[in-house]
Design a binder for this molecule. Structure first.
Ligand code: FES
Ligand code: FES
Length: 168
């Protein structure tokens, strides 16, 4: 079957098998390997992408179901040669160690900040509750998202300095 969708702002049309999952379409058909595939149980969340602005686990969506929709992957976060505030937050606050969970975490963070630019720690933890990180203990991931929220609001300088490198 033929499927057409928008991926990171570009229309793409491909012939696919109806059983193909979106995560494999992105990685194997389009070569967008920034979206990771981490489990067979829909639990880890490293495969999260945005579909029409909402985070979805791309291992639970058939590529055919994404037809006609707008998909945004981690490759589409940076714009105009500038990293997204979420990317800068993860970099500045050491929000990753091995980095395997990071694409999904950042896409979920982007969706959260798009609908709630000033989330509480509880709201951040709730937003990422469907995702697993085996390395960081989540503390610096939460700090990274708080940093991004402050950065895009232009108030980062009023926050306490980040504890870069103090994972867990
Ligand atoms: S690959 Fe683990 S939830 Fe999608
Ligand atoms: S940084 Fe390793 S799983 Fe999250």
């Amino acid at each position: 079957m033929q499927v057409t969708m928008t991926v990171n702002g570009e229309a793409v049309t491909r012939e696919i098998e109806g059983r193909l999952l979106l995560v494999h379409f992105l990685r194997d058909t389009l070569g967008l390997t920034g979206t990771h595939w981490g489990c067979d149980t829909s639990n880890c969340g490293t495969c999260v992408v945005l579909m029409d602005g909402e985070p979805v686990k791309s291992c639970t969506v058939l590529a055919a179901m994404a037809g006609g929709h707008e998909i945004r992957t981690v490759e589409g976060l940076a714009a105009g040669g500038e990293l997204d505030p979420v990317q800068r937050g993860f970099m500045n606050c050491h929000g990753l160690q091995c980095g395997f969970c990071t694409p999904g975490m950042m896409m979920t963070a982007r969706a959260l900040l798009d609908r709630n630019p000033d989330p509480t720690e509880h709201e951040i933890r709730e937003a990422i509750s469907g995702q697993i990180c085996r390395c960081t203990g989540y503390k610096n991931i939460v700090e990274s998202i708080r940093w991004a929220a402050a950065e895009q609001a232009g108030v980062r300088s009023t926050l306490e300095p980040m504890t870069v490198g103090s994972a867990s």
